[in-house]
Ligand binder design. Structure first.
Ligand SMILES: *Cc1c(COP(=O)(O)O)cnc(C)c1O
Length: 223
């Protein structure tokens, strides 16, 4: 078995064990975060049968899944987990099955326009800036009810879930707890939370999907 296949098996086993500890009857969906990873690792991951991939950047994802691995695109689910500029909204609607980073009305407007033209709308998550960090995108927790009202009533869009990226230098669990409470208070079902360092904690706290990169593929080499 390749390293990648071993990692994949290991992460799935840990997710399953964490869900059992939480007495949950469903295991979170594993989103394999393929950003920046070399093609050989992606090819190994595809061989495991892993079908759901997360990407940060529209253009990089277009190259990887629209060119390099275009022959394997059928049956894959692609999720955008990085910030989306309105001028890339049409490209994102064309490529992704799920957009997890909806966070402002201008973007909703651009997505609806693109969806009308293309006749298809990805499933949507609202990103929440649980740590209220200046440099991070996402709706502030206090603004979430108003944002969801606009999304639902003005644009007729129902989010599949909420998504958060906790501050790098803080314990993640309080952020997962906050996201889970916000979802419940606002009638949203899905929770995209947990990355390589904390996906087990996220699974214990009710994540419906986790976004795991380096624990599956190995470290990203930005060099
Ligand atoms: C890169 C990234 C991940 C994966 O991070 P790892 O620590 O490698 O698992 C998850 N979520 C988002 C939003 C990311 O940008």
């Amino acid at each position: 078995m390749s390293n990648i296949a071993n990692n994949h098996k290991d992460v799935l086993a840990k997710l399953s064990a964490a869900s059992k500890r939480a007495a949950s009857d469903s295991v979170p969906t594993l989103v394999a975060v393929s950003k920046v990873q070399p093609d050989a690792r992606i090819a190994d991951m595809l061989k495991t049968g892993q079908r759901i991939y997360g990407e940060n950047r529209v253009q990089e994802a277009q190259t990887r899944w629209g060119e390099t691995f275009a022959d394997q695109r059928e049956g894959l689910e692609l999720r955008l987990i990085g910030p989306l500029q309105t001028n890339k909204a049409a490209d994102a609607v064309a490529l992704f099955d799920v957009i997890e980073t909806v966070d402002r009305e201008k973007l909703l407007k651009a997505l609806v326009k693109a969806a009308e033209t293309q006749g298809t709308m990805p499933r949507l998550y609202v990103q929440v800036n649980t740590g209220e960090e200046d440099q991070k995108s996402g709706v502030l927790p206090a603004d979430l009810p108003a944002f969801l009202k606009v999304m639902r009533e003005t644009y007729g869009l129902e989010p599949e879930g909420l998504m958060c990226i906790p501050p790098a230098d803080e314990a993640a669990s309080p952020h997962f707890w906050l996201l889970s409470n916000l979802a419940e208070a606002n009638g949203v079902a899905g929770l995209s939370m947990g990355m390589s360092g904390d996906y087990e904690a996220a699974a214990e706290m009710g994540a419906t999907s986790v976004r795991v990169g380096s624990a599956l593929f190995g470290a990203r080499d930005y060099g």
